[in-house]
Design a protein around this ligand. Structure first.
Ligand code: OGA
Ligand code: ZN
Ligand code: ZN
Length: 450
């Protein structure tokens, strides 16, 4: 085996080899979005007495270039020194696992072909070369494979906290928390524009991600409009209430939303383990007398402040699972849902992931030691009072043709009672965040390339 070698070869003879054309059949595209890119093709060629396996990489060379590399044997990492300053380190095993050549990675499915059984944990470089004026690093691995890493591709995937934060934000942008001030500047969109204009649609999806709420106006006041909007955004997510559902005062309602009564602030159907992510309420006919207004609160903002003001109560709500239940018949089909979840669900980093607040559907079975019950009620009531505080809670009465679109993991919503039954008609539906975020990323990539 060759000793790992640190070669600075910008403009050296290895460049010649780097630009040999590869057969068309075995290629991999690395689409890099950096400015002033120029499409290039690099072939990893046979080296070291024909030992290296070959693959081909297409990439778009960009402005980031490598000055030199240093193999760090003690930590099994390669240090990359960037032209213009700064260094990053990359574990050998990660580099080998992420070779983008056509042997290791499928260019059409964009999936890794390399099998775990073929990945050696102790893999190390036998040879490292910086080629193509610093735009590419070639590594001959101890398993005999010759891999090529474009500098820009590596730079984007650096493990430093700045790059990781950038990626976190690209995958899912950070929420902009809000209180009552949002009412002066409600995020808005126009239904006809959303159907036709991709930039308007992207802005709508970005607002939904950042604020968890958008009011869409000028929607035709008849059923079926959520399907039209969904054709532009994401599949409607079907629940036990159907693909969409009509919210109006009904005889023998299977849900309190189907009455004219006041609806306490809540999240929708936490009785499902995978409760709906995003809720839409299309106002086909609003109640024109007193009542029927909606209340909306940013549950992340409230939970955040609740955590600071009442850490012990926060701990109780974040660690005590309660049962949410939903029993009934919809469309001739019986349902019986039970979900066991804390009111405030945290992610693995301790960040607030979801607020499950629903007084109507919390079960009378409470599966906790009896001495914990009173403390839980105390914490829940404090939280409820903050959710309803007009420092956080906004009131908005939908107009005919509005659609309220909001994050059901984050916002709590309520409704004022109205009096004359049957005069108010909404159509409701849900989307999943996976599909909505996917659409936002697709649109963002498409529009940034235009
Ligand atoms: C619902 C709901 C609010 C309203 O259907 O989930 O909360 O304004 N409706 O009727
Ligand atoms: Zn490879
Ligand atoms: Zn609701």
């Amino acid at each position: 085996m060759l000793a790992a070698r640190h070669i600075v070869s910008r403009g050296a003879t290895s460049c010649v080899r780097a630009w040999v054309r590869a057969p068309r059949a075995a290629t991999t595209s690395l689409l890099l979005t950096a400015p002033h890119v120029q499409r290039r093709e690099v072939t990893t060629s046979e080296r070291s007495g024909g030992k290296a396996a070959q693959g081909t990489v297409h990439y778009q060379a960009a402005s980031v270039t490598v000055a030199s590399t240093v193999p760090l044997t003690a930590t099994a990492m390669m240090q990359v020194c960037w032209e213009g300053g700064g260094t990053d380190v990359y574990p050998y095993v990660w580099l080998r696992d992420n070779c983008q050549c056509s042997i290791c990675f499928h260019p059409v499915s964009k999936m890794r072909k390399l099998l775990v059984e073929d990945l050696q944990l102790g893999v190390s470089p036998s040879d490292i070369q910086v080629v193509d004026s610093g735009r590419v690093i070639e590594v001959l691995w101890s398993d005999g494979h010759l891999a090529t890493y474009p500098a820009t591709w590596l730079h984007q995937r650096a493990f430093n906290t700045h790059k990781r934060d950038l990626r976190n934000n690209t995958v899912r942008s950070k929420p902009t928390l809000w209180g009552k001030e949002l009412l002066e500047n409600l995020p808005r969109a126009s239904f006809p524009e959303l159907l036709q204009d991709d930039s308007a649609l992207l802005q709508f999806l970005q607002q939904l991600e950042s604020h968890g709420l958008v009011v869409v106006s000028d929607t035709p006041t008849k059923l079926g409009q959520l399907h039209r909007l969904s054709d532009r955004v994401a599949y409607l997510s079907r629940s036990h209430y159907g693909e969409t559902f009509i919210v109006e005062s009904k005889n023998d309602p299977i849900n309190l939303a189907y009455t004219a009564a006041k609806l306490e602030m809540h999240s929708d159907i936490p009785s499902r383990k995978y409760k709906p992510c995003i809720q839409m309420l299309h106002c086909i006919r609003q109640f024109h007398g007193e009542g029927g207004d909606n209340q909306l609160t940013d549950g992340f903002q409230v939970s955040h402040n609740f955590r600071t003001l009442h850490p012990d109560k926060f701990h109780i709500l974040a660690t005590t699972p309660v049962d949410f239940i939903d029993i009934g018949v919809e469309d001739g089909r019986d349902f019986f849902l039970v979900n066991h979840d804390p009111m405030i669900r945290l992610d693995i980093n301790g960040q607030i992931q979801s607020v499950n607040f629903n007084q109507f559907s919390r079960d009378s079975y409470f599966r906790v030691p009896v001495e914990e019950v009173a403390g839980w009620y105390d914490a829940m009531k404090t939280f409820r009072d903050m959710v309803n505080d007009n420092q956080y809670c906004i009131e908005y009465k939908m107009k005919d043709g509005d659609i309220l679109v909001f994050d059901n993991f984050r916002l709590l919503h309520g409704r004022k009672a109205y009096t004359i039954e049957g005069e108010r008609v909404l159509e409701g539906g849900y989307w999943e965040w996976d599909d909505v975020l996917s659409r936002r990323r697709v649109l963002q990539a498409k529009l940034s390339n235009e």
